[in-house]
Design a protein around this ligand. Structure first.
Ligand code: SF4
Ligand code: SF4
Length: 353
């Protein structure tokens, strides 16, 4: 059984929520994980520009302060998106992060986009999973000495809800890894948008693109997803044709891959406020599906996600995620993660005042 620490946002004494986060994080004994001069990835989601549900940047400050007190060298990080938006390449992504308040003046740490300029900084990690033999992860996360995975708990249209496992899997995968989780076929060209400029053909290392009045992706395609990011017209899209269940299972396998790559040197903090129905990847957000709850921390991402999920169900008196995404049971992913050895569905909740 794993321990999940919890601190409620309810606060009659008007204690600072930042102190609560610091107290929670210290309960995980970070000194056993992150020592002097260790490069520690503080992995979070900067929120697509226009979205306002993402984690408030100052919630990261107490965690960073603890890491600095340990003389570790933390950096903020995330990976580029598969689809075209404000976080498709590192230049736009950094701009997006800074606009949303994840910047040096707020947090006094550098921001590094972990998978390179357009997601090509990718490393394969063997996992011997049920669906995948290996996963493709962002190099500047794999090469870190450890990680603090700071996740926003909310609904998610593929896995039902998104928490630590979503942040660890989709969030740490390189672009080709994200494509592998979401799709079983090669990308598609929108002929009406394609100007036949040939830029994607030059960028494709597999020589899989022919220009015949418009770009044609052939069966030489290896699914690296680079063409999606380089097309200046946004003419190459994704076939979102993997089932929600298989994507959820693959996410569990990717999360396990990150756990293996970092030799378990990961601590988890989840912020359960602004619990929006959908992912922070959208350039907007709906009203929350549950009242603000507070903060959770654990060394076990499976137990942590289960504890957050259980708490939402308790507060709402039902499952707000299943009523929106009735095609997926979020427990499927957690059970698969448990089976892989990522953590335990059994947990003890310890409240920290
Ligand atoms: S880069 Fe885009 S616009 Fe240019 S040929 Fe390829 S798909 Fe068409
Ligand atoms: S996904 Fe990669 S391999 Fe496939 S066509 Fe695009 S650039 Fe080439």
């Amino acid at each position: 059984m794993s321990v999940v620490y919890f601190s409620s946002l309810s606060n009659k004494k008007l204690n600072s929520p930042l102190n609560k986060i610091k107290k929670l994080f210290k309960k995980l004994s970070p000194e056993k994980y992150f020592g002097k001069n260790k490069l520690v990835a503080v992995k979070t989601h900067f929120g697509e520009f226009g979205n306002t549900a993402f984690i408030r940047p100052i919630y990261l400050r107490p965690i960073i302060e603890v890491l600095k007190d340990l003389k570790a060298k933390p950096y903020l990080t995330d990976t580029n998106t598969l689809y075209v938006g404000m976080r498709t390449n590192s230049v736009d992504h950094l701009h997006n992060a800074f606009l949303n308040g994840f910047n040096y003046s707020t947090l006094q740490v550098p921001v590094i986009i972990a998978d390179g300029l357009r997601g090509e900084n990718s490393v394969e990690v063997s996992i011997d999973g049920e669906l995948l033999d290996k996963v493709k992860l962002a190099a500047d996360i794999v090469h870190a000495d450890g990680m603090v995975c700071v996740s926003h708990f909310k609904g998610h249209e593929v896995s039902g809800f998104g928490g630590a496992i979503k942040n660890l899997s989709m969030g740490c995968a390189s672009r080709e890894g994200k494509l592998e989780m979401h799709s079983v076929t090669r990308p598609k060209v929108h002929k009406d948008k394609c100007t036949a400029c040939g830029y994607c053909k030059v960028a494709c290392a597999a020589d899989a693109i022919e220009i015949k009045g418009f770009a044609v992706i052939t069966d030489k395609c290896t699914g690296c997803a680079r063409c999606i990011a380089v097309c200046p017209e946004g003419a190459i899209g994704i076939n979102w044709d993997e089932t929600a269940e298989n994507t959820s299972l693959k996410m569990a396998e990717y999360a396990y891959g990150v756990h293996r790559a970092l030799r378990g040197n990961i601590l988890y903090v989840t912020i359960a406020t602004n619990i929006s129905p959908a992912c922070d990847c959208y350039p907007g957000n709906d009203k929350p599906v549950c009242e603000d709850i507070g903060f959770f921390a654990s060394t076990d991402p499976v137990a942590l996600d289960k504890a957050c999920y259980d708490m939402v169900l308790k507060r709402v008196g039902g499952d707000p995620f299943k009523s929106i995404y009735d095609y997926i049971d979020p427990i499927v992913q957690l059970k698969h993660a448990e089976k892989l050895g990522l953590g335990s569905l059994d947990y003890e909740l310890k409240e920290i005042k």
